[in-house]
Design a protein around this ligand. Sequence first.
Ligand SMILES: O=C[C@H](O)COP(=O)(O)O
Length: 249
Amino acid sequence: MVMLIAGNWKMNGLAADAAEQVRALADGIGRAGGAELLICPPATLIPIMARALEEAGIRDRVALGGQDCHIAEKGAHTGDISAWMLKDIGCSHVIVGHSERRIDHGEDDDLIRAKAEAALEAGLVAIVCIGETEAQRQAEETELVLSHQLRGSMPSGATRENAVIAYEPVWAIGTGHTPTAEDVAHVHRHIRTVAEDFFPDDLRILYGGSVKPDNAGALLAVDGVDGALVGGASLKAEDFLAIAAAAKV
Ligand SMILES: O=C[C@H](O)COP(=O)(O)O
C-alpha cells in the first residue's frame, strides 16, 4: 500500500514562499521515494502552486488539496469556498473536520459529514480528521470519542479511492508531543475496526500531530499507519521530503 504524505500549511505562506518551496521540492523530489505527496496550502496559493509545480515538471508528483470546503456547490456564502471550486483550480483532495476548524469555527460532526459528502460529489478525496483532546485522553475516552466522530463525520459511500481518515490527537498538534508507537497502533486498530463496520473498503488511516523528520520513521513504521498529515514540518520542503523518505513502500 503506497503511503500518503500530506502537508497542511494551515494559514501560512505568501506567493514568494510557495515559489521557494516548489523550487526546493523539485530539487529534492527524488528523496521522496514512492510515497504519494499532497500539499494543502492556503486557498490563495493553490493556483500559484499548481502553476509552479507544472513549470518545475513535478505537477504529476505533488497533488494539491484544500483545507476546508463549504457544503454547497455555490451560492450566497461570503468567504467560503466550495469543493467544486477547489476541483476547478486543480485540487484532488480536501481536508475536512480538522480540529482547528472544529474548535475555531464550532464545526460539528454533522457539518463535517456534509462537507465530506460535498467533496465526494465534486470528485475530490475527502480527508476526514478525527482526534481526542487532552482532557478526553485523560478521562480515558479516546476510543469512545473517535468512534463517535467516525460514525458522525465520515461520508456515506466512502471508499479507499475517495476518502481518507486522519487521526490527529488534538494534544499532539503543534506541541512536539506524540503518542507512543504502541498507542498509535492501538488507536489505528480501533479506528479500522469501527470503520470496517460500515465501510466495505479498508480505508487509509493517516497519523497527524507533531510529525517531524526525526520521528517520522518510527511513526510511519507503526502497523496500521498508512501515511501522515503533517503541519509545521510541511512548511519546509526539505523536512517534508525527509518525512516522505521515511514512508514504507
Ligand atoms: O494537519 C496537521 C496537523 O494539525 C499536525 O500539525 P503539526 O504537524 O504542526 O503538529
